[in-house]
Design a protein around this ligand. Structure first.
Ligand SMILES: Nc1ncnc2c1ncn2[C@@H]1O[C@H](COP(=O)(O)OP(=O)(O)OP(=O)(O)O)[C@@H](O)[C@H]1O
Length: 334
C-alpha cells in the first residue's frame, strides 16, 4: 500500500480566540494524531463539532503546521523541506474542497481565471495548454464550456462547488480533502456533488479524505471511518462494519444517535456535555461521558489496540464486545 500522506503523532495547539474568559488558554485542537492515507482510498472523518476534524484536514493538506509530529507526502517529510519546495509539494500534491463555495471562490474572477490560476502559479504548460486544461477541468466536473466567463455570483451553489472541485483537481493532485463539501448546498444537489466526487475518485485514482457531520454520507462514501473525539483519533473502522463492529464506546454512541442508521433505536445515552478543548480530561478524553469508564481511564490514555479485522484499531481500556450489537447497547439494563 503506497501512502500518499502519512501523519505521525501530530499535535496542533491554538491560542484561545480573544474575547473569552481566559485569553491565555490553549485549545488542544489535535493531539497525537496518526493517520496514513493510501492512493485510491476514501477515508471518512466523523465526530462532534469542535473535535478537530477540520484541523486534521488542514494538517493533511499541509496548510496547518503541527506544533509537533510529522507529515510526509510520498515519504518526504513536508515540514523539513525548504519553503519553496514545500509550497510546490503542497500545491501540486493536494487539493482542498471547503464547505462553502461562495466564500472559497474569488467572486471577482471568472471561472476560467479561477481554474487557470493554479496552473499559472505552478507554471504548468504553455498558455494554450493551460486553456486546454481549463476546458478539460470544466468537462471533468460537468460544467458547460459556456460558463467559462461567468463569475461565481452568476452560478448556482452546485455549479460553484463544481468549480471549487475543478480547482482542487487542477494540478492533478494525489490527495483531495473535502471538508463538509455539501453542507452549504441545497439538499437537491448534494447527491450530485457526492456522486461526482466518487466518480472522480475512481476515474483519477485519487486518495480522498471526506470530513462530514453527516454520518450516513461518510459511511456511504468511505472505505475507512476515523472517529475523533476532543482532538484525538479514537477509532479507525472499515466503513462497512462501523455500526456493529466498532469497539470504541464513543463510535457506537455516535452511530446510535444517527437517525435512519439503526431505526428504530434509542440513542446510547451519554452523560454530560463534551468537555472543553482548553481543559481536556486526564487519561481518556471520553471517560467523563462514558458508561464504561473507571479509574484506569482517568489516569492512562489508552494506546491503539488492533481489532481482529485488518484496518480496524481503537483506543479504549474497556472496548465494546466484538459481537455485541449497538441495538443491545442502547437498551437500558433490566
Ligand atoms: N484558529 C483557531 N484559533 C483558536 N481555536 C481554534 C482555531 N481553529 C480551531 N480552533 C478550535 O480548535 C478545536 C478544533 O476545531 P476544528 O475546527 O478542527 O473542529 P471541527 O471538528 O472541524 O468542528 P466543526 O465540525 O464545528 O467544523 C475547536 O475547539 C475550535 O474552536
Amino acid at each position: 500500500m503506497t501512502a500518499v500522506v502519512e501523519v505521525r503523532d501530530a499535535h496542533v495547539v491554538h491560542k484561545a480566540r480573544s474575547g473569552g474568559l481566559f485569553r491565555r488558554d490553549r485549545v488542544y485542537a489535535l493531539t497525537g494524531a496518526d493517520l496514513c492515507v493510501a492512493a485510491g482510498e476514501t477515508v471518512g472523518v466523523v465526530g462532534e463539532s469542535g473535535c478537530g476534524k477540520s484541523t486534521l484536514a488542514k494538517v493533511l493538506v499541509g496548510i496547518q503546521r503541527p506544533a509537533a509530529g510529522t507529515v510526509a507526502f510520498g515519504g518526504q517529510d513536508l515540514w523539513a523541506m525548504p519553503p519553496a519546495e514545500r509550497r510546490a509539494a503542497v500545491g501540486a500534491g493536494t487539493g482542498m474542497i471547503f464547505q462553502d463555495p461562495s466564500t472559497a471562490l474569488n467572486r471577482r474572477l471568472t471561472v476560467r481565471r479561477i481554474l487557470r490560476d493554479p496552473l499559472d502559479v505552478h507554471q504548468r504548460g504553455s498558455r494554450p495548454e493551460r486553456e486546454d486544461r481549463v476546458r478539460e477541468l470544466m468537462g471533468l466536473v460537468g460544467l458547460p464550456p459556456a460558463l467559462a466567463d461567468a463569475l461565481p455570483g452568476q452560478l448556482s451553489g452546485g455549479q460553484r462547488q463544481r468549480v471549487a472541485i475543478a480547482r482542487a483537481l487542477a494540478l492533478d493532485p494525489a490527495l483531495v480533502v473535502a471538508d463538509e463539501p455539501t453542507s452549504a448546498l441545497d439538499v437537491s444537489v448534494r447527491a450530485q456533488i457526492l456522486n461526482l466526487l466518487l466518480d472522480l475518485k475512481e476515474r483519477l485514482g485519487l486518495a480522498l479524505v471526506f470530513v462530514s457531520h453527516d454520518i450516513q454520507t461518510v459511511r456511504r462514501m468511505s472505505d475507512r471511518v476515523i472517529t475523533m473525539y476532543l482532538g484525538r483519533i479514537v477509532e479507525e473502522t472499515p466503513a462497512g462494519r462501523v455500526i456493529d463492529a466498532a469497539r470504541h464506546p464513543y463510535t457506537r454512541a455516535l452511530f446510535s444517535a444517527t437517525p435512519g442508521l439503526l431505526d428504530p433505536i434509542d440513542p446510547i445515552p451519554l452523560s454530560g456535555p463534551v468537555p472543553s478543548a482548553t481543559r481536556p480530561p486526564s487519561g481518556c478524553p471520553f471517560r467523563t461521558r462514558c458508561w464504561k469508564a473507571d479509574e484506569t481511564c482517568a489516569q492512562v490514555m489508552p494506546g491503539f489496540s488492533a481489532a481482529s479485522q485488518p484496518g480496524h484499531r481503537y483506543r479504549c481500556h474497556h472496548p465494546v464486545e466484538e459481537d455485541q450489537s449497538t441495538r443491545d447497547l442502547a437498551r437500558p439494563e433490566p
